[in-house]
Design a protein around this ligand. Sequence first.
Ligand code: CP
Length: 321
Amino acid sequence: MRHLLDTKHLGREDALRILDVAEDMAATQQREVRKLPTLRGKTVVNLFFEDSTRTRISFEAAAKRLSADVINFSAKGSSVSKGESLQDTAQTLQAMGADAVVIRHGASGAPQTLATSGWISAGVVNAGDGTHAHPTQALLDAFTIRKRFFGDGSRGRDLAGLRVTIVGDILHSRVARSNVWLLTTLGASVTLVAPPTLVPQDVSAWPVDVVYDLDDAIAAGPDALMMLRIQLERMNAAYFPTEREYSRTWGLDAARLAALPADSIVLHPGPMNRGMEISAAAADSPRSTVLEQVANGVSVRMAVLYLLLAGERTEAEEDGR
Ligand code: CP
């Protein structure tokens, strides 16, 4: 693997390979000595232009557990505030020896630009860009769903037959977009539920069903319900119902949780707006996988860094195609 920029262009076999390597990585994390020597001598740069808790820290943990050196860069407090460009920032970090750059950026397409511009030679991992993509979040979500439904030792298995319903602010959600492409590539069927103003205009080109009534979607009996964070920072009044109306109509409260099939699970990528899109009863219930998702994120990011920096490359990747 040369870069990981999105899931739309990630094939089934490549996606399964990442999930299978993540399973191996998860097994190593059960050992007394969790650190592997695999990436000794490599340097991973976390280049974060937007805030993050889970993604940045789990990439750091993943790199360290593979014995890589880690440089953490946060735009806040850096020379970005003096007007330094993405190109100059990235080249500065590459001059310090970066082998891989993990980038989060508010602009959709920034990781693609970094990977294809020729500014740097390091591998690029997208840790979330604008409303476009968050591929490692989708991979850890798929890993979590596979593990909950098929258990450990489900190597090579896809998600065929499972029904996943994604609820909330689809319009602004890179998590939703990445999950739609990855989950359907892996054979799951995906339904989106949202207020009409929070459904993207191009949704008819996505391989999904769209419904507007959460109770109807729950009555259909999904295997996994993924609640999305309402991104108030990207919202304006034209898009958003009142907070009270939103939580009453599209929030997962205790009654809706009870109406789900008994063996269904509830995902949330975090950070959660408790009381808005998800109630405390749902977030803390045994069906909630929120903290499993966080733990699985380290294994999945270990797999991605391993495949990027130590894995074999296909012929096309070697040719730079
Ligand atoms: N899910 C997610 O991307 O969380 P952070 O913003 O905390 O990284």
